[in-house]
Design a protein around this ligand. Structure first.
Ligand SMILES: *Cc1c(COP(=O)(O)O)cnc(C)c1O
Length: 369
């Protein structure tokens, strides 16, 4: 028995501990998960109702072409339906891209640290992964990424805003980059957090699709739309690019519930806007906290914040966990002295910041004694 050799070095995805397990282990009544950047306000009521209504059709295979959702998304974005591909989460669209374009003869360029799925899927296809370190302030080094591109490069990944640093790339910087990328290279712009961005110069890349047949835009319903459990995301690109990926999409990869919920959710922009507004108010509390405690943080356009506490990330993680907050240690994310915290509700944020401030106090008491 011999699988593809590259599979033997790969660790399986380690999911965060489920809340129920953490509660039992630590004897806590309440455990709050601020680890996966989900929407703390849930999802649109209309989306919830759509899921309930869809239950009646549970015995029937979903519409493999996601016709209803395709129509809604194409109307919302102002693109043709044939320019869309739907995945079981954006994760699956990333998989489609890698499977369609990467072979062991190719390479792919990405930032480091960035979203882990690009590298994972590229490695599985046996492609060479060229990682370009983020700048000191957590931004993509677009110039060096361009330098890394050669005739064997197939895909370059741009995570905008970047997970886990939260930084964004401006419209001007992205367009200038795109113009310099050779036509044979796909530029994948992962915009999972677009709904949370407030920067005036954050780009709207949809109009660029007409001009750049090598551009793919990735979006998801898992974050601001609050539908992470349903696994639905999509890619937008030229018809030619989508057409080449369609045959490798499993026939029924997205569910009836996901179609119904996402179609309702995209019509309820009020919910998304409301979530994004509250997120910004709460995010600013984290920024103030960091300023008060002289902690470096990465400027975020998302619903999470990466904070440098100056001690091992696993230690910060364990301390916060002992207080009932599940977060993400920077050690697993490439920022060894950082903690990544998803922005929760007002009460959740108050709690996690209080815990963080206790940790800082305990550290100073220890270092003084
Ligand atoms: C969460 C996330 C996704 C989307 O994940 P889904 O598979 O759609 O749940 C994609 N890219 C980034 C950068 C993310 O953080």
């Amino acid at each position: 028995m011999q699988a593809k050799p590259q599979l033997y070095g790969l660790p399986a995805y380690k999911p965060g501990k489920p809340i129920s397990e953490v509660k039992q282990e630590l004897g806590l009544d309440q455990v709050i998960k601020l680890a996966s950047n989900e929407n703390p306000y849930g999802s649109s009521e209309k989306a919830k109702q759509a899921i309930i209504d869809a239950v009646l059709n549970s015995a029937i295979y979903p519409d493999g072409y996601s016709t209803l959702l395709r129509t809604k998304v194409s109307e919302y974005l102002g693109v043709d339906g044939e320019q869309l591909i739907f995945g079981n989460g954006t994760d699956e669209v990333i998989q489609f891209l890698c499977r369609a374009f990467l072979t062991p003869k190719d390479n792919t360029v990405m930032a480091n640290p960035t979203f882990s799925q690009y590298k994972l899927n590229a490695v599985i296809e046996g492609a060479e992964v060229r990682e370009v370190p983020l700048t000191e302030v957590g931004e993509h080094d677009l110039e060096e990424m361009l330098n890394q591109i050669d005739e064997h490069t197939k895909i370059v990944w741009i995570c905008n805003p970047n997970n886990p640093s939260g930084n964004y790339i401006t419209k001007e910087a992205f367009e200038s980059f795109l113009k310099k990328v050779p036509e044979h290279v796909i530029v994948a712009s992962d915009e999972a957090y677009i709904e949370y961005t407030i920067a005036e110069d954050y780009p709207d890349n949809i109009p660029l699709l007409e001009q750049f047949p090598n551009l793919v835009i990735l979006r998801t319903f898992s974050k601001a739309y609050g539908l992470a459990s349903l696994r639905i995301g999509y890619g937008v690109a030229s018809k030619e690019l989508i057409q080449v990926m369609e045959p490798l999409r499993p026939a029924f990869n997205t569910t009836t519930y996901a179609h119904a919920a996402a179609a309702a959710a995209i019509e309820d922009q009020e919910f998304v806007l409301h979530s994004a507004k509250k997120n910004r108010v709460e995010l600013e509390k984290f920024e103030s906290f960091c300023q008060e405690h002289s902690l470096f943080y990465y400027p975020s356009q998302t619903n999470f914040i990466l904070i440098d506490v100056g001690i091992p990330g696993d230690e910060i993680f364990s301390y916060l966990l002992s207080k009932g907050y599940i977060t993400r240690s920077g050690e697993a994310l490439g920022f060894p002295t950082c903690i990544r915290i998803s922005i929760g509700t007002e009460k959740e944020n108050q709690g996690v910041l209080q815990a963080l401030s206790q940790l800082l106090e305990e550290r100073t008491t220890i270092s003084k004694s």
